[in-house]
Design a protein around this ligand. Structure first.
Ligand code: ZN
Length: 239
């Protein structure tokens, strides 16, 4: 029985390793996905800045053209001032010129704020583009690293699966069935080691009587709290 208990401890160790390998195989691509999402957010941000810059430049060009038109209109109106016949027409023309000048001044203000925003955005965009390029490089090197790592872990996984297969053949079928049953309902861990009268999985104390019996290693015993198979810590080291 002692030998069989030791086999279960070994089996649990293999299963832990297998779980770790499977997790590593999952986590690599997940990490890449996270990076890709980050990259996409950054790209969208840069794209939005570029669109905003185009819009601002368009507004600037349109307003500059309108100011030119306004100036031409003002020049024409001033020319007409010489030839007006009466006071009423004269005042109306003056008002027209004043309004055109005010309109131009407003547009100049808008152009100025466009230019200020363009300057700020230009600086920000430059920094963001640098960040984007660094992020792309990082993603590329991560991709290489992850695919290498996944390939390596796959190999280790398949080696470990093979050695588990061999190990399983040496375990008594009813013990193996019990092991698999407990493993399935206890988060993948069926065997807990007991050290200093404490279950290594649920961290609760094992009653002294049971702890003493455990050291005999003559039969399967279960943690009174988490119901896992418990083994005396010594079982592992003497295995
Ligand atoms: Zn326990």
């Amino acid at each position: 029985m002692k030998e069989q208990i030791n086999l279960l401890v070994k089996l649990q160790e293999k299963d832990r390793v297998l779980d770790r390998f499977r997790r590593q195989i999952r986590e690599g691509p997940e990490r890449l996905q996270d990076l890709e999402k980050e990259l996409q957010t950054l790209e969208e941000d840069v794209e939005a800045d570029r669109r905003r810059i185009q819009d601002l430049k368009k507004t600037q060009r349109e307003y500059e053209a309108e100011i030119e038109d306004g100036l031409a209109h003002i020049r024409k109106s001033r020319g007409r001032l010489m030839s007006v016949k009466n006071n009423r027409e004269y005042r109306a023309l003056l008002r027209e010129i004043e309004e055109a000048e005010k309109g131009n001044a407003d547009k100049e203000d808008t152009i100025l704020s466009c230019l200020e925003e363009l300057e700020t955005l230009g600086r920000e965009l430059e920094a963001k583009e640098k960040g984007l390029s660094a992020m792309r490089d990082r993603l590329e090197s991560e991709k290489t690293a992850v695919s290498k790592e996944v390939a390596r872990v796959h190999e280790e996984l398949s080696d470990t699966e093979k050695s588990r297969e061999k190990l399983v053949q040496t375990v008594a079928p009813q013990l193996l069935a019990k092991y698999e049953q407990i493993k399935a309902r206890s988060g993948g861990i069926a065997v807990a080691l007991v050290n200093n009268a404490t279950c290594s999985e649920c961290h609760l104390g094992i009653p002294p009587q049971m702890y003493n019996e455990l050291q005999r290693q003559d039969t399967l015993r279960f943690c009174p709290n988490c119901q896992r198979i418990i083994c005396w810590k010594e079982a592992e080291t003497s295995a």
